[in-house]
Ligand binder design. Structure first.
Ligand code: ADP
Length: 624
């Protein structure tokens, strides 16, 4: 997904930046306040030094009393110490409040992903949006995190400006005495106007040129992100553990060298950014720097002429030069920050477009009755479903009831609608037609989280974290250790568990702990199954739960399936029919419809039926 290449209007840019500031402030007030406090402090305090050292120089050149000089020296030292100590304290405060700030800000997106309608979260449009947001951040820091920087810069510029203005005003108001001859031209309002206009023009022009240079990167952000992505892949291929063997055998690294040696590559010497840097971008940057030197020159000439004319003493020269330079930099900073904020606005827009994706699914409020007897009944009534953007029905007029405590197998060829059936059951999507009822009430009317608490599911694409084993099973840091062990045992992990030196406290994988254990696909599937059992929900849904197990482990899970599932209602999805024999009812899906229902014995007898055909097609391999 590409960012709009046109810069947004100033008005729109300001609206988006204000919204970003407000969002960041409300998420973490302390972090924002600590950062701004540090900025205000470092913007204002240099003026204390400028003012006091100017007084000291004046006292020295004017031959003031030694006690006055001593007092000024002490004041200089004391103020420098207080400023530096307070600055260090504020810095520490800021660092403490901000230590995990950028990471925490990414939770903005995770929270949105978790709460948006699954249909959107699952859509390629949303994935493209999120991945563009991520790439823009990783590429050049664009997006919401940059707004911290902009808030700081704005604060800094405003306070630097105020301090600088306070110390500079008298430069323009203190006149050269009439006795100074030709220097008295410096008092002329016209001259003052001209010099002020020159300074303002140079002050404003310099950052404008810098912004223009910067905008080349913003409008080419898609190329910048692409370059980063390519580098992230090709440049770091050697560190990809999962690909190491493949890369070695096929010498894919040679392809990488072609990438990194290509001078026309995005970031390389003949690439587009290098060309821009040599061309307009570089010129704008150089002109911007040159203009700031012109400004300093003009300031020196003006201040020194006034001092020569006798408008003020030598001490004031240092004060005016230092404060007006800071003043000018602050105006420059303000303009530059405004430009950067405008450049960043398109990236903020994408972020807010993402955060504003509306929830369209009806959200009910009914609570689900908690029943110890697990007396929950689910019914699909004439349910049809089309995926968003698809013309064909993934499910067609499906009707069925789940009886309490029943083991139901859902079988069928790939693409026949099994997973879609489960997604509708879990209300990841709503039916296009028909309804699904829990204890006679349309599931839309229940509070979504309440409804979900009735289910425990192992999807084919489950994920375990590189945390401790027990924490993975319980999905919690505090948990019932006995229950976790029992669930692992029931899921077939007992043998392997007994070999783990740290038991439930064993770390999985090595990402966070070098003593962590690597587990096979089959073992991870057992742990995922144990996690499902630990949740102890009345409905348990297993989507190909034994696909990664070896035949022995798979057989063990089947034979103990009744013990594992206990009194829960179980839905078991598989395209391996042998694994469904133990179920009470088997529903055969074909092209989105349930075409047969019954026990294994009943279905296998129906020689014309799909189940018979599938069973014998698979059985021949087992017989051989
Ligand atoms: P199964 O689990 O039996 O393999 P699925 O329920 O995954 O089958 O798929 C049923 C039909 O829905 C298939 O035609 C598949 O291509 C389609 N389908 C599955 N997921 C999506 C999706 N996210 N968007 C559009 N079509 C989908």
């Amino acid at each position: 997904m590409n960012i709009d290449k046109k810069l947004l209007s100033w008005r729109e840019a300001w609206r988006l930046n204000r919204r970003a500031f407000s969002l960041l402030y409300h998420r973490d007030k302390k972090a924002v306040i600590s950062r701004m406090a540090g900025m205000v402090w470092s913007a204002l305090t240099p003026y204390v030094g400028i003012y006091l050292s100017a007084r000291l120089i004046s006292a020295l050149t004017e031959g003031a009393d030694v006690t006055v000089i001593r007092t000024l020296v002490l004041l200089n030292l004391l103020s420098a110490a207080v400023i530096s100590l307070t600055g260090a304290f504020l810095n520490k405060w800021k660092n403490t409040e901000s230590s995990t700030l950028f990471y925490r800000n990414f939770q903005i997106y995770t929270e949105k992903m978790m709460t948006m309608d699954f249909a959107d979260a699952d859509s390629s449009r949303i994935h493209a949006m999120y991945s563009t947001i991520k790439q823009n951040y990783q590429g050049a820091g664009w997006g919401i995190n940059l707004s911290y920087r902009h808030m700081e810069k704005l604060f800094s510029a405003i306070f630097t400006f105020s301090g600088g203005a306070a110390l500079t005003i008298s430069l323009f108001t203190s006149p050269v005495p009439d006795s100074a001859g030709g220097y008295s031209v410096l008092n002329s309002p016209l001259f003052l106007l001209m010099i002020a206009a020159l300074m303002i023009a140079v002050t404003c022009l310099s950052p404008m040129l810098a912004n223009k240079a910067e905008s080349y990167i913003a409008v080419n952000a898609d190329q910048h992100s692409l370059g980063n992505r390519l580098f992230g892949f090709f440049g770091l291929l050697g560190f990809e553990n999962d690909l190491a063997a493949d890369v070695r055998i096929y010498r894919q690294d040679v392809l990488c060298y072609r990438f990194s040696n290509d001078k026309n590559g995005i970031f390389c010497s003949k690439g587009m950014f290098a060309r821009l840097a040599r061309g307009p971008m570089g010129l704008y940057k150089a002109a911007s720097s040159a203009l700031s030197v012109v400004f300093t020159g003009a300031v020196y000439v003006f201040v020194c002429l006034k001092a020569l004319g006798g408008a003020f003493g030598i001490g004031a020269v240092s004060q005016y030069v230092a404060s007006i330079t800071r003043l000018s930099k602050s105006i420059g900073g303000l303009i530059q920050t405004a430009g950067e904020m405008r450049n960043n606005a398109s990236f903020l827009k994408l972020t807010f477009d993402f955060l504003d994706v509306p929830n369209r699914m009806y959200q009910g409020s009914l609570t689900v009755e908690k029943r110890i007897d697990r007396d929950y009944e689910i019914e699909f009534r004439n349910v049809s479903f089309k995926y968003p953007g698809s013309d064909t029905n993934a499910l067609k007029n499906v009707s069925m009831k789940f009886k309490i405590g029943q083991r139901l197998a859902v079988v069928g060829m790939n693409g026949s609608g099994k997973t879609t059936f489960i997604k509708l059951l879990c209300r990841l999507y709503d039916p296009t037609e028909g309804e699904i009822l829990l204890n006679g009430v349309n599931i839309k009317k229940y509070d979504y989280r309440e409804y979900m608490s009735v289910f425990s599911i192992v999807f084919q694409d489950y994920s375990l974290f590189a945390y401790q084993l027990g924490q993975n099973v319980a999905v919690s840091v505090e948990y019932d250790r006995e229950q976790a062990k029992q669930c692992l045992e029931n899921a077939g992990f007992g043998q392997r568990f007994s070999e783990l030196p740290e038991g439930l406290d064993t770390w999985l994988y090595k990402e966070f702990n070098e003593d962590g254990v690597e587990i096979s696909g089959g073992e991870s599937q057992m742990i995922a199954l144990a996690r499902t059992l630990y949740r102890d929900a009345p409905f348990i849904v297993l989507d190909e739960p034994t696909a990664a197990l070896d035949p022995e482990a798979e057989f063990e899970v089947y034979t103990r399936f009744d013990d594992i599932v206990e009194d829960k209602t179980a839905v078991y999805i598989s395209h391996r029919l042998a694994s469904c024999r133990f179920c009470d009812v088997i529903a055969v899906f074909d092209h989105g419809q349930i075409i047969q229902q019954g026990t294994h014995e009943e279905l296998v007898k129906d020689e014309k039926g799909k189940y018979h055909q599938l069973w014998y097609a698979q059985a021949q391999y087992y017989n051989e």
